[in-house]
Design a protein around this ligand. Structure first.
Ligand code: ZN
Length: 133
């Protein structure tokens, strides 16, 4: 059994927690500007690596808060626990974050505010063209 160190409550047994799957999956902000296949990648495809994996966990029988865990799927060693919305700081976990195929996916790019503002601008332009007609 894993002992997970909840950042709010301290170390507790795994039975008090629920795993929420892969961490760092950002919903595309401009989902109408990506294809159905690209949106399906965001919605359904999840990594299942042999090695370090970045996961979301929730302390369901405790504080009920979410946090991220960098855990080795082979040894179950927990490399790092860090807050939601933050990126991993330890070298192996940060490397796992950067190596993920998801960082290069169209859905991930559509989740970026920079990409969204650029696409929103073009969407407004096409919308105004629609009004002229
Ligand atoms: Zn807790």
């Amino acid at each position: 059994m894993l002992i997970i160190d909840c950042p709010h409550c301290g170390p507790r047994e795994e039975a008090e927690f629920a795993c929420g799957g892969e961490a760092h999956i950002a919903r595309p902000l401009a989902e109408n500007n990506i294809t159905d296949a690209e949106f399906a990648d965001y919605l359904f495809l999840r990594d299942n690596p042999k090695g370090l994996f970045l996961e979301r966990w929730r302390h369901t029988a405790g504080c009920r808060r979410w946090f991220n865990v960098a855990r080795d799927t082979v040894t179950h060693e927990i490399v790092e626990i860090y807050p939601m919305g933050a990126l991993p700081k330890s070298k192996p976990a940060a490397s796992a974050f950067k190596k993920s195929w998801r960082r290069q996916s169209p859905a991930e790019k559509a989740a970026s505010p920079k990409t969204t503002s650029a696409k929103t601008g073009s969407a407004k332009a096409s919308a105004s063209k629609g009004r002229i007609r």
